[in-house]
Write a protein that binds this ligand. Structure first.
Ligand SMILES: NC(=O)C1=CN([C@@H]2O[C@H](COP(=O)(O)OP(=O)(O)OC[C@H]3O[C@@H](n4cnc5c(N)ncnc54)[C@H](OP(=O)(O)O)[C@@H]3O)[C@@H](O)[C@H]2O)C=CC1
Ligand SMILES: O=C1O[C@H](COP(=O)(O)O)[C@@H](O)[C@H](O)[C@H]1O
Length: 509
């Protein structure tokens, strides 16, 4: 790994404390930081180097998974940290920054490889990128990389404009767009799941797969982010980025030998094949919801419009469910159902691949207990990949029962998403960052949905906090004869007898 200067805009902010410093420390503890390594933190606050280091140390004690009480280790880690006051709009501050960066590079005898991490609001991205270029920070004789946080644009037009501006200062291969779902350990394993298992690879088509369900349910509400969330909603906050990335990662087919370029090319192909939805038809395949009062874990919680900072008449979406279709030879006819929402029954991010049921038809006689084979990919908070198969009890009257094959269970110290992603960015590996093509194609799919919401063409369904979302979400799948797996409520599709079977299967789970 090349010696690197890590220039952090927003070093005094929440994300830096909660995610970035713990990730850097974990990388350091695992011996995965480059040597030498220099960190320059930036913010408007008039902090000294010592105050900055104390603040980083405090955040490690609070948020790091690695023990931060080895004084020697901590001291060596913090040695790398310097702070400089910088107002994003003030050009002279960038010149001062350049002097500091160069001084540290000389002290540490390191080449000018610079990673600029923008942990600030998106309204600052363009200005920072332009100032990096004009100040000379970005034109030294080493590499430069720009890591940016979401959101990338507010809609298709603003995303395109932002990309145009950034590309005046950074080439596409220098831009690392963070989508922290791509850093989650299980998501990073999807690639090798196919590559290492020809059986799964062979079955990864519409010939064997009935439908795919991608859920990111959260039990938290809007928390302290009313100002941000009420302008964004579940569609922009989760669906346009994380959920569509999960769809791409699930739908790609990878050759045995894959490279970052191949992965991204295949993801782009998936997005290009996604059947566009017309604004007038959005309501047929998209369900929009907003939580009402209810209870979570036995405690009463208020509805969205009673949350502090939310307008009492807000029509913002806190829940989305959608059916998407991929028009290519591999996936034609296989619905991909996606749902995400706040204040749902439990925190759970998972992908369920439901296989078709030829097995069921082939099994003669008793069908009692038979359920479709499933591949269940738990992304968080549990991390595992399990394949559910059916087996038959011995003896003439034996019924079928599900068994599960564990393909992956996360080790206790599996790295956190930010650790994976920052490590990759330092290594120059862009596989798990969102390429502009993917971002643009995602916004392209989402734009008619945004338009339909804005024109109120899609009803806003209230759902009780602590539920699995509005009933219309289950009805969306029921139209195709499907139901969401692992919801504890009774599935609302298929015949009564099949419901019974599925219920039994859930109970056995
Ligand atoms: N917090 C989170 O969990 C997540 C955040 N994000 C994204 O990360 C980014 C940062 O979020 P977060 O840390 O929560 O935000 P905060 O509001 O906590 O921090 C903002 C940071 O930006 C700095 N800043 C703001 N204005 C200026 C300015 N004019 N000049 C210099 N520095 C400035 C602040 O420094 P100072 O006050 O010292 O000037 C502060 O360090 C946002 O884009 C957010 O959307 C993404 C995912 C999750
Ligand atoms: O990006 C975001 O993600 C979180 C959920 O992330 P997870 O890793 O806990 O699943 C979400 O709460 C937040 O609203 C959104 O901005």
């Amino acid at each position: 790994m090349d010696p690197t200067t890590f220039v952090l805009f927003g070093a005094t902010g929440d994300l830096a404390k909660r995610k970035i410093y713990p990730a850097l420390y974990n990388l350091f503890v695992r011996g995965k930081l480059p040597q030498p390594f220099s960190v320059i933190g930036l913010g408007r606050r008039e902090w000294s180097d010592e105050f900055f280091r104390a603040s980083v140390e405090q955040s490690l004690r609070k948020f790091s998974r690695s023990e931060a009480n080895d004084a020697g280790l901590l001291h060596r880690f913090l040695q790398a940290f310097r702070y400089s006051v910088l107002d994003i709009g003030r050009e002279e501050d960038y010149r001062k920054l350049l002097e500091l960066v160069e001084r540290r590079e000389a002290e540490l005898r390191m080449p000018p490889n610079r990673l600029f991490y923008l942990s600030v609001g998106p309204e600052y991205f363009e200005t920072i990128a332009a100032n990096i270029q004009s100040s000379g920070l970005g034109s030294a004789n080493g590499w430069k990389r720009l890591v940016i946080e979401k959101p990338f644009g507010h809609d298709l037009a603003s995303a395109r404009e932002l990309n145009r501006k950034l590309s005046e200062s950074f080439a596409e291969e220098e831009i690392y767009r963070i989508d922290h779902y791509l850093g989650k350990p299980v998501v990073q394993r999807l690639e090798s799941l196919q590559q290492a298992n020809p059986v799964i690879q062979a079955m990864w088509t519409n010939r064997y797969i009935s439908n795919v369900q991608i859920t990111a349910a959260e039990s938290v509400g809007v928390e302290e982010r009313a100002g941000y969330y009420d302008h964004v909603g579940a569609l922009r906050d989760m669906f346009q980025n994380h959920m569509l990335q999960l769809l791409m990662m699930t739908a790609i087919h990878l050759p045995h030998e894959s490279s970052p370029e191949k992965v991204r090319f295949k993801k782009k192909r998936v997005m290009e094949a996604l059947l566009p939805v017309l604004k007038e038809d959005v309501r047929l395949s998209v369900v929009r919801g907003q939580y009402a009062a209810g209870s979570i874990g036995g405690k009463p919680v208020v509805g969205y419009t009673s949350e502090p900072g939310i307008a009492p008449d807000s029509a913002n979406d806190t829940f989305i469910a959608a059916r998407l279709l991929i028009e290519n030879n591999d996936w034609r006819g296989v619905p991909f159902y996606i749902r995400t929402g706040k204040r749902m029954k439990e925190k759970s991010t998972r992908i369920v691949v439901e296989f078709k049921e030829p097995v069921k038809q082939a099994a003669t006689g008793k069908e009692n207990g038979i359920a479709p084979n499933l591949l269940v990919i738990e992304i968080g908070p549990d991390e595992s990949i399990k394949l559910r198969l059916n087996t038959k009890d011995a003896g003439p009257d034996g019924g079928f029962k599900p068994v599960q094959v564990e393909l992956f269970e996360s080790p206790k110290d599996s790295p956190e998403a930010y650790e994976n992603l920052i490590g990759d960015a330092l290594n120059g590996n862009a596989t798990f960052f969102a390429h502009w093509d993917e971002v643009e194609l995602s916004w392209q799919w989402v734009q008619p949905v945004l338009d339909a919401f804005a024109e109120n063409l899609v009803p806003l369904h209230k759902y009780e906090a602590g539920s699995y979302g509005p009933a219309e979400s289950a009805a969306l799948l029921a139209q195709d004869g499907n139901c969401w797996w692992f919801d504890q409520e009774e599935p609302q599709s298929k015949s009564e007898s099949e419901k019974g079977e599925r219920y039994a299967y859930h109970a056995n789970y």
